[in-house]
Design a protein around this ligand. Structure first.
Ligand code: BG6
Length: 493
């Protein structure tokens, strides 16, 4: 591995994302030799912690989940950690918090070291953080900034953030994270499509009946009302994660494995999405909200009764915890092929997958055949499964039976499947933005989502209820059922 010299400054460095995802991923990067000996991780937050307090917090909250048996390695990782107490200035001319002085002193003399500003804080702080870093003279030509989602809550908001960040950093320095792009199966999709000859000739409307993209979660949203009431499933999952997956399935083969070539092709897919608004939103989209039910044998409350410091409001009643959309990519390759997207909280299982359903054989000579189906499983159990028809052994009547041809990454490669953040942080350190969203992609995605949300809001209706532990509202099944299709619910090996 290449060890990258860097100072990683994490704004919101003691928050949930940092403690749950970033620090574990950085620990693994360190353990695998991908951090230079003098690389530092500097958490910035409003909490009055010193380095020792922060290290103690990480020891208590992060280490138990890591099974970090290697005491020397863990000690080395802890010594990289620092904490600076600083806040964002409230306005353009507001006085700068004294913490910025400490940060400036810590970074002084290391201008040639790669410098990464990771904004793991709410999007309204992105502009002010970048401005403050710029004013303090901390942004060097080799600096990078990483932006966590959500990037705004509509196109106008995303543009504003992009402008504010763009006033301090060049586009080549900006890394907009979508952690789904770091998932092993997602990257494998590109290899599967573009390093094998057999798929590409049939990867089109002549052979493919439809595509399903599901990100189902069994968790609810306890304690997240403040964020979730104003986001909802469409903004939280579809605008970014699911549309990115759709792009990778639908994109044309790029000329090179190159950051701009790949992102150019993804952008073209977003630009080809058929707009959905007005009466079409009622036909092609479904939104749901979970009510009380049972998940994993346990009784759980409905969305409005989730424990939270913030009591439910009217916004809570209207927000969707489940969304399904029938999308269409209007180009030569995909004309007429529906792409069904769905995501929801409190579904019966945690499962993210892409399902490509092929057409029936043109002429069937056996009874009871089923069409081929390619399932790309993102989680759990990362792998690829192709449903083929095979003859059941025996001397009687020939009856084809659907069986999976399965590739499990863990079993085949005998390697730990790294967390998406590990991959993406390694790419940030290496300065490779291929798996990050370019400004035009993010804005094109919002441009497609905005009219759907506007239509939902203008009708004022409530989302369809579905009991926790079920696979979404009735409408989601009708969305496919109308054309004789059904969601893939099979649990593969
Ligand atoms: C995040 C969403 O982006 O993705 C969360 O904000 C969601 O609501 C999470 O739970 C799902 O990620 P993963 O990797 O667990 O599928």
């Amino acid at each position: 591995p290449v060890a990258h010299a860097a100072d990683l400054v994490v704004f919101g460095g003691t928050g949930d994302l940092s403690m749950r995802k970033l620090l574990p991923a950085l620990y693994h990067c360190d353990r695998d030799g991908r951090l230079a000996p003098d690389a530092r991780i500097i958490a910035v937050s409003r909490g009055g912690l010193d380095d020792a307090d922060f290290r103690g917090k990480v020891e208590a909250e992060v280490r138990p989940g890591l099974h970090a048996g290697d005491a020397a390695g863990w000690g080395r990782f802890l010594r990289r950690l620092h904490h600076v107490c600083a806040d964002v200035p409230a306005g353009h001319d507001a006085p700068v918090h004294p913490g910025w002085g400490r940060l400036t002193r810590m970074l002084a003399g290391r201008e040639d070291t790669g410098r990464v500003f990771y904004l793991a804080s709410p999007p309204m702080t992105f502009g002010p953080f970048c401005r403050a870093a710029g004013r303090a003279g901390l942004v060097t030509p080799s600096s990078r900034v990483v932006l966590e989602k959500p990037l705004g809550r509509d196109l106008a908001g995303a543009r504003r953030i992009n402008d504010e960040v763009g006033a301090v950093f060049g586009e080549h320095q900006i890394f907009r994270i979508d952690h789904y792009l770091g998932k092993e199966t997602v990257q494998n999709l590109l290899v599967l499509r573009f390093a094998n000859a057999f798929l590409e000739p049939i990867w089109n409307s002549l052979w493919i009946d439809h595509v399903q993209i599901t990100a189902a979660e069994s968790v609810g949203t306890p304690g997240r009302r403040g964020y979730y009431d104003h986001a909802g499933a469409l903004r939280d999952m579809v605008q970014n994660h699911l549309l990115q997956l759709l792009c990778l399935v639908a994109m044309e083969p790029p000329a090179r494995n190159d950051r701009e070539a790949i992102r150019d092709e993804k952008l073209k897919v977003l630009q080809s999405l058929r707009p959905i608004s007005g009466t079409e939103a009622a036909r092609f989209t479904v939104r749901g909200q979970y009510t009380a039910g049972r998940v994993d044998g346990r009784a759980v409350p409905g969305y409005l009764d989730e424990p939270d410091d913030t009591p439910p409001t009217d916004a809570s009643r209207h927000v969707e915890t489940f969304a399904a959309i029938r999308a269409e990519v209007k180009n030569w390759r995909w004309a007429g092929v529906p792409f069904y997207l769905r995501t929801g909280k409190r579904m019966p299982y945690r499962r993210s997958e892409i399902v490509v359903q092929f057409k029936d054989v043109p002429h069937s000579i056996f009874p009871g055949g089923e069409p081929n189906r390619l399932v790309l499983r993102l989680q759990p159990g990362e792998g690829i499964h192709l449903r083929i028809m095979a003859k059941e052994p025996g001397a009687g009547e020939v009856v084809p039976r659907p069986v999976p041809l399965s590739l499990s990454f863990a079993d085949t490669f005998h390697a730990r499947v790294p967390d998406a953040y590990e991959r993406l942080l390694t790419d940030v350190l290496a300065g490779d933005p291929t798996l990050f969203m370019r400004r035009d992609e993010v804005e094109a995605a919002w441009g497609w989502i905005d009219p759907v949300i506007a239509t939902w809001e203008s009708t004022g209706g409530l989302p369809e209820p579905y009991a926790a532990g079920t696979s979404g509202p009735v409408g989601a099944h009708e969305l496919l059922g109308r054309s004789g299709r059904a969601w893939h619910e099979e649990d593969l090996p």
